[in-house]
Design a protein around this ligand. Structure first.
Ligand code: IMP
Ligand code: ZN
Length: 360
């Protein structure tokens, strides 16, 4: 996780937090909201290896699998998407989905995340009796179990892969509409390989989702020269937009004016080389311009990161003290898709209590 030139920030950290250890402790303790986390990208190598152990007797081909560290030298965005061929081999049945969801949510909770809108792409595997519907229902059932414990509040976003046909995208949107009454499914997302084709092909599915009261978030401008796609995406009026590392100024201005928050995934951008360095990450412009944004992990398992460390990096680079970091995390309450006012009140109370006990 040491991709930050820490020495540059030693004086700031000493003055505001005491030490790097105390800074890290503060970032873990700080209540946080996670609004851009892909379930299958959030699985740690440890959980992956546990899945292999559990299944290799009955499925001997798995004995050759071993997951150490996903990131090899010279890693870039093109290397990222093929990783999911391996991940999906290990998460191809309902039991494994249950297992990874429990682990991933527990890890977020242990990291001080108090509210998460987890996202995942429903998949089917006919041979193993898994349908898109049972995939989503399994997640809802694990989420209900986790919500009951009360440490973290979880909602679900169903993702649609960019390479889907319109028919496949509509299938997921209809599934989300049908599952909305669970109170857990709050919206849909468009993700997947940036080479997956023009957004316009599946745009009607997202317009239909909006018409039916679902929240919409889209992976926008992860790579340069995607102007046409960016304009198509903007015209859907999404609630939030992921990445936006190459988003043009006029669309950024539109997002600001319409309070469309950017889900910024700092370490993910650095590892995939869509941003050169932490210091030149566009979040510095977001601060300058008053752009609404929320700090997220994207794929904490793949990128070996956690939300606390993303806050730590953000805090160090921008010289943010305890109170300023707190304000950033609190603002994310405004960007959640869930429209439940009672839930928002409850979240505000958590943040207010933290402020009273830690910052006054
Ligand atoms: P899942 O939706 O739970 O299966 O999570 C993994 C999926 O998330 C991958 O297959 C990708 O489609 C998607 N994903 C994860 N990170 C990114 C990203 O940075 N850009 C676009 N898609 C992503
Ligand atoms: Zn993502």
């Amino acid at each position: 996780m040491e991709r930050l030139d820490k020495a540059k920030y030693d004086d700031f950290v000493k003055e505001n937090y005491g030490s790097w250890e105390e800074f890290r402790e503060y970032c873990v303790k700080l209540p946080k909201i996670e609004l851009h986390a892909h379930l299958n990208g959030s699985i740690t190598p440890k959980t992956m290896n546990e899945l292999i152990e559990q299944r290799k007797d009955k499925e001997p081909d798995l004995a050759n699998f071993s997951v150490k560290n996903y990131i090899q030298p010279n890693f870039q965005l093109e290397d990222f998407f093929p990783l999911f061929n391996t991940v999906y081999r290990l998460t191809d049945n309902i039991k494994s989905i249950e297992y990874i969801a429990r682990n991933v949510l527990e890890e977020f909770s242990n990291d001080g995340v108090r509210y998460i809108e987890l996202r995942s792409t429903p998949r089917k595997n006919t041979e193993k009796g898994m349908t898109k519907q049972s995939y989503a229902e399994t997640l809802i059932s694990v989420i209900n179990e986790v919500n009951k414990k009360g440490n973290i509040i979880v909602r679900l976003i169903l993702s649609i892969d960019r390479k889907s046909t319109l028919e496949e995208a509509m299938e997921t949107v209809n599934l989300a509409i049908n599952l909305k009454s669970s109170g857990i499914v709050v919206g849909v997302d468009m993700c997947g390989n940036t080479n997956g084709g023009a957004f316009s092909r599946i745009k009607p599915a997202f317009e239909y989702a909006k018409k039916n009261g679902l929240g919409v978030t889209l992976h926008v401008a992860e790579i340069p020269n995607s102007r046409e796609d960016n304009l198509e995406m903007k015209s859907v009026l999404p609630d939030r937009m992921g990445h936006c590392t190459y988003l043009e100024d006029d669309i950024l201005k539109w997002a600001k004016d319409n309070k469309v928050a950017i889900e910024t995934c700092i370490t993910s951008n650095i590892i995939c080389r869509t941003v050169k360095s932490y210091e030149t990450h566009p979040f510095t412009d977001y601060i300058k311009n008053g752009q609404p944004f929320t700090i997220c992990t994207d794929d904490k398992g793949v990128f070996n990161c956690d939300l606390s460390n993303e806050y730590l990096i953000f805090g160090a680079i921008n010289n943010y003290n305890k109170k300023q970091l707190f304000e950033i995390s609190k603002k994310s309450i405004n960007y959640i898709m869930c429209k439940d006012n009672e839930l928002k009140r409850k979240l505000k109370e958590i943040w207010d209590n933290f402020e009273i006990n830690n910052l006054n």
